[in-house]
Design a protein around this ligand. Structure first.
Ligand code: TPP
Ligand code: MG
Length: 326
């Protein structure tokens, strides 16, 4: 017990994580945990890729895919499917795990075992054409948001031409801090607000950490205020609270504007010793593993707790801004 307390003192994110893990285990939580486990194992096996984002956003993705996203697992290219864009393409295991867990052909466990291998459907930084469930290639930060704005605009144009009975779908995006730093996302966001692309929802992985460490080293802007100024509806949620996530997504469905939801998450959520640890910079565990002889275990087992230096608790965020457009 004393050892656990010492660990917690070392990493305040563990305290927050423990509180979240103490919540009742539901089916959705089990699915999110399965995503996390797949992300850990695939990255460990490949010695390449980023498990932190899939682990942090697993809850949000589970709620989206199990309750809101309109798709047919047996026909991933169905024309009127909702579009799902993983703008934060470095977290590609999130998408591959979702395709796997929703039973889509061509993304079985054998394919996941080939994560980050040439010509694998799970090649990493999801690539369009490698699997029918991959909507678009993503990787250059910001570009997925811009692509999604184009998709949302295309939907409106097609619906205007062919009618709602044929064209009636939404575009959902998962984006990271880096996506929202890139200028291309600013321009596209402005256009989406101007055009009132109300079928577009961006789920921002608001984990306050990027490749350089805490985002406070590089930005202090209020992203939600910026998007509100573009004409978007904005919301904040606890990105590990399934009910709150569902409420925010329902709000997005009703909104007459594009919606930006800041999902507060802990990068690497679920790791027993090192969620939100700075030495895991952007959560690339394989890069720091010095002794190459060390046997490949799971990430959780591979390092001593002391080796992780936490960067402190998530900075406090205000609740939904008063008067924020709904
Ligand atoms: C335009 C561009 N610049 C740099 C990179 C390299 N890169 C990959 S992820 C990342 C940042 C990661 O931070 P964040 O977006 O917050 O994602 P997180 O670590 O929270 O998953 C960077 C700089 C990139 N993919 N695209
Ligand atoms: Mg981040």
């Amino acid at each position: 017990m004393a050892a656990i307390d010492a660990l917690n003192a070392d990493n305040p994110a563990l305290v927050a994580q423990a509180e979240i893990l103490a919540r009742p285990v539901t089916k959705e939580r089990r699915m999110a945990d399965a995503i996390r486990a797949l992300a850990i194992d695939a990255v460990e096996a490949a010695k390449s890729g980023h498990p932190g984002m899939p682990m942090g956003m697993a809850d949000v993705a589970t709620v989206l895919w199990s309750r809101f996203l309109k798709f047919d697992a047996a026909d991933p290219r169905w024309a009127d499917r909702d579009r799902f864009v993983l703008s934060a393409g470095h977290g590609s295991m999130l998408l591959y795990a979702l395709l796997h867990l929703t039973g889509q052909a061509g993304m079985g466990i054998e394919e996941l075992k080939k994560f980050r291998q040439l010509h694998s459907p799970a090649a990493g930084h999801p690539e369009f054409g490698e699997h029918p469930g991959i909507e678009t290639t993503s990787g250059p930060l910001g570009q997925g948001i811009a692509t999604a704005v184009g998709m949302a605009l295309a939907e409106r144009m097609l619906a205007a031409r062919f009618g709602k009975s044929l064209v009636d779908h939404r575009t959902w995006v998962i984006a990271s801090d880096g996506d929202l730093m890139e200028g291309i996302s600013h321009e596209a966001g402005s256009l989406a607000g101007h055009l009132k692309l109300d079928r577009l929802t961006v789920l921002w992985d608001d984990n306050a950490i990027s490749i350089d460490g805490d985002t406070s080293v590089s930005t202090s802007e209020d992203v939600l205020k910026r998007f509100a100024a573009y004409g978007w509806a904005v919301r904040r949620v606890d990105g590990h609270d399934h009910a709150a996530i569902a409420a925010a997504l329902s709000m997005a469905m009703r909104s007459k504007k594009p919606t930006m939801i800041a999902c507060r998450t802990i990068i690497g959520f679920g790791a027993p010793t090192k969620p939100r640890a700075a030495t895991d910079r952007h959560w690339v565990p394989w890069r720091r593993r010095r002794p190459r002889r060390r046997s490949a275990g799971t990430m959780a087992r591979s390092r001593s707790p002391k080796a992780s230096r936490p960067i402190g608790p998530l900075p406090a965020r205000a609740a939904n801004p008063p008067g924020a457009p709904g």
